[in-house]
Design a protein around this ligand. Structure first.
Ligand code: NAP
Length: 275
C-alpha cells in the first residue's frame, strides 16, 4: 500500500492520509498510535490542546520507524499566541513529543477576540526559520484571517485545517485557499459522528457498489477531492479500516452525488467564537 503525498507551496510533501488524535485520552494514546504506525500510517495529527503529545512521542519512539519516514503535526493553542509565547510553546511541544522538529506547526484557531493571531503567525515564521517546524500553516482560518497573515508577512500558510465533510464543504474557504496555493486539511472528515452521514443514500449506495464501508466511501471521497485527512478512531479495527482506501475509486457520478450532500451546517464551533 502506498499512501499518496500532497505537495505544499514550500516544496515539502505530506502523506494525504494520516491518523488524528483529538479526544484520544492521554493514557490510551501510545497504544492506539502504535497500532496506527504498525498498520502503516506515517502521518500523525496532534495538538498541544489534546494533551496527548507525550503519548504520540512515546509511540514514535517505540515504533523504531526512522524519523524521516514520519510526518508529525502539532498546533499552537489560543492562550499562547501573544508576544514570544509561541516560541516557548513549540519548545514545550517538542519536548513532549521527544522530537527536535515537527513537520507541520499550525496556529490552532484565529481567536480574533484576542487579537494575537497575526503575531502568532509571525512567530511561526521564526520557528520555521529556526528549523523547529519544516512547514507552517493555520487552522480554522476564514478568508479574512488568511488575508491578514499573508498581508503582514508575505508568507502564505502551507495549509488551512478546517472542518470539512460532505454536509459542510466550506467552498468560500477552499476557493480562497486554492487560488493562493494553500492546501486544505479536512478535520472532522466523518462529521465527527454527529449526523447520520453514513445513512445518506449516495454514501450507502457507493458502499454497496464497491463492497466498502460508508466510512471508507467518505474518506475516499475526501482523497479524490484533494483533501488531506486524518480520521480519528479509538478502535484498532477502524484504524485499519480507515487506511484501506486504495483498492477502489469512486466514479465521477458517485463523487458528485456526495458533493450534493452539502447542507451548510457546521458540527462544531464558528472560528470567530473560539477564543
Ligand atoms: N484543527 C481543529 O480545530 C480540529 C478539530 C477537530 C479535529 N481535528 C483533527 O482532525 C482529526 C479527525 O477529526 P475528528 O476526530 O474530530 O472527527 P472524525 O475523524 O470525523 O470522526 C471521528 C469519529 O468517527 C468515528 N469513526 C472513526 N472511524 C470510523 C469508521 N471506520 N466507522 C465508523 N465510525 C468511525 C470515531 O469513533 P471511534 O473512535 O469509536 O472509532 C469518532 O467518533 C482529529 O483527530 C484531529 O486530529 C482538528
Amino acid at each position: 500500500m502506498t499512501i499518496p503525498t500532497v505537495q505544499f507551496n514550500d516544496g515539502n510533501s505530506i502523506p494525504q492520509l494520516g491518523f488524528g488524535v483529538f479526544k484520544v485520552d492521554p493514557a490510551g494514546t501510545e497504544r492506539i498510535v502504535l497500532d496506527a504506525l504498525e498498520a502503516g500510517y506515517r502521518h500523525i495529527d496532534t495538538a498541544a490542546f489534546y494533551d496527548n503529545e507525550e503519548g504520540v512521542g512515546a509511540a514514535i519512539a517505540r515504533s523504531g520507524i526512522p524519523r524521516e519516514e514520519l510526518f508529525v503535526t502539532t498546533k499552537l493553542w489560543n492562550d499562547r499566541q501573544s508576544g514570544d509565547e509561541p516560541l516557548r510553546a513549540i519548545d514545550e511541544s517538542l519536548a513532549k513529543l521527544g522530537l527536535d522538529h515537527v513537520d507541520l506547526y499550525l496556529v490552532h484557531w484565529p481567536a480574533p477576540a484576542k487579537g494575537d493571531y497575526v503575531n502568532a503567525w509571525q512567530k511561526l515564521v521564526e520557528i520555521r526559520d529556526a528549523g523547529k517546524a519544516r512547514s507552517i500553516g493555520v487552522s480554522n482560518f476564514l478568508p479574512e484571517h488568511l488575508a491578514a497573515v499573508i498581508e503582514a508577512t508575505d508568507v502564505v500558510p502551507a495549509v488551512d485545517q478546517i472542518e470539512l465533510h460532505p454536509a459542510y464543504q466550506q467552498r468560500d474557504v477552499t476557493d480562497y485557499a486554492a487560488a493562493r496555493g494553500i492546501r486544505i486539511e479536512a478535520w472532522g472528515p466523518l462529521g465527527q459522528g454527529k449526523y447520520p452521514l453514513f445513512e445518506e443514500e449516495p454514501v450507502a449506495a457507493a458502499a454497496r457498489a464497491h463492497g466498502k464501508s460508508p466510512a471508507q466511501v467518505v474518506l475516499r471521497w475526501h482523497l479524490q477531492q484533494g483533501n488531506i485527512v486524518f480520521p480519528k478512531s479509538n478502535s484498532p479495527e477502524r484504524v485499519r479500516e480507515n487506511l484501506d482506501l486504495f483498492d477502489f475509486a469512486l466514479t465521477d457520478a458517485e463523487q458528485a452525488a456526495i458533493i450534493s450532500l452539502e447542507r451548510g451546517g457546521r458540527v462544531s464551533a464558528h472560528p470567530n467564537e473560539v477564543n
